[in-house]
Design a protein around this ligand. Structure first.
Ligand code: GRF
Length: 186
């Protein structure tokens, strides 16, 4: 598996995947980091790991060719979205059928969809009163968070939880779950 990781933020999942590959727990090679903006913390992590970075410009998602060219140049065979804040355009899904996955910080199909990202997810979970949350790795389709579920694990939600404590517990789970899910396709 020649993996490209798409991210918009701090990139702790990117790091967990890179670390799992280095430790031999994931038989994939992370060959590219695609960042949606120049300020994404993931860029520094990729630089430190010696992984090439492609930063999307304003032509994305309209200009299909430039991104496809970059992915082809790095011989990318599989794409993992890790905190990528843009909708994946159809041209990418068509060119990478059954080869684009995402991680979501809740138990899909609940607490997903447009606007359900970051703290909004955990806030909604806490407000609902459920006693379990978790993380979900799923295939990417044309909508937000609706693709078929690949792997899902749970964490408890405690009465004293805040958005921050729950987010930290879920993120910790994500770092174990994402490499494990990717290994299924290696
Ligand atoms: C994670 O919670 C992931 O589930 C969501 O975005 C967050 C990314 O965190 N899609 P990081 O940038 O990997 O630290």
């Amino acid at each position: 598996m020649r993996l490209a990781i798409f991210a918009s933020g701090g990139g702790s999942n990117f790091q967990a995947i890179v670390d799992a590959a280095h430790a031999g727990n994931l038989s994939a090679e992370v060959v590219l980091c695609v960042a949606s903006n120049l300020n994404a913390g993931v860029i520094q992590r990729a630089n430190q790991a010696g992984i090439p970075v492609h930063v999307l410009d304003s032509s994305f998602p309209k200009d299909a060719t430039s991104l496809l060219d970059v992915l082809a140049a790095h011989k990318v065979t599989f794409v993992a979205l890790a905190g990528f804040m843009k909708l994946i355009p159809d041209f990418l899904i068509q060119n990478y059928p059954r080869a684009i996955v995402n991680i979501h910080p809740a138990l899909l199909p609940n607490f997903g969809g447009k606007g359900m990202f970051g703290k909004h997810v955990h806030h909604a979970v806490l407000t609902s009163g459920v006693t379990e949350s978790g993380a979900t790795v799923h295939w990417v389709d044309h909508e937000y968070d609706t693709g078929e579920i690949i792997l899902q694990e749970k964490v408890p939600v405690y009465p004293e939880d805040t958005v921050e404590t729950l987010a930290a517990r879920v993120l910790n789970l994500e770092h174990r779950l994402y490499p494990k899910a990717l290994q299924l396709f290696c």
